[in-house]
Design a protein. Sequence first.
Length: 235
Amino acid sequence: MCGRFALSALLTDIAEEFSTKALPDRTLPVDWNIKPTQDIYIIKNDEINIASWGLIAPWSKNSHDALRSQSQAINARSESVHEKPTFRSAFRTHRCLVPASGYYEWATELGRYKTKQPVFISRDDNKLLAFAGIYDRWISPQGEIKDSVAIITRDAVGELAKVHNRMPLFLSQDRWSAWMDSSLTDVEHIRALMNALKPDDHLRYWPVKPLVNSIRNNGAELVEPIELGEPETLF
């Protein structure tokens, strides 16, 4: 899964890396501890937009219901995203990328770290990560418009499986255009795009202090590597 991530790049740098032309009408601050329901950048073809993290269920009747549904839909499983009522419509027509400098994961019993040890994952070439996402627009009975997004996850592979059993879905750059193409609505074709040959390509990780556990903490110190003692769980 993905429950917290960081984005330290400037908007202009994001635009350059993803070759986007249109920018949002406001700029989000650099954030090392992005949490669910927070506004984040999303990329739709050649433009960058802003959406709230956690997909609002289309049937939400008011803002309270919308916020509650968001907290339960920050991630969508790649295995079932095309079937779940909250996600299936967005999956067919509203797909995007979510840029990140890296994301946090908490080690489980599957790996060599103690349970709940926070780990930071990023690219080994210092490029931005691009989570595969789906987005939608919700309009309240009072006319309030809110765009929201969910990050798609899949089974973890390789070294990442030693930390946690899930990971965000990453697509190779040659699949980005097709993924964001709203005219592509064939479910099986879209699902085939998610079958990455090397889903953990260029990823690296290291343990960090538990500062990320509190939403009050924010800053580059959250991703500074630490040394751990003897592993508590071994294969």
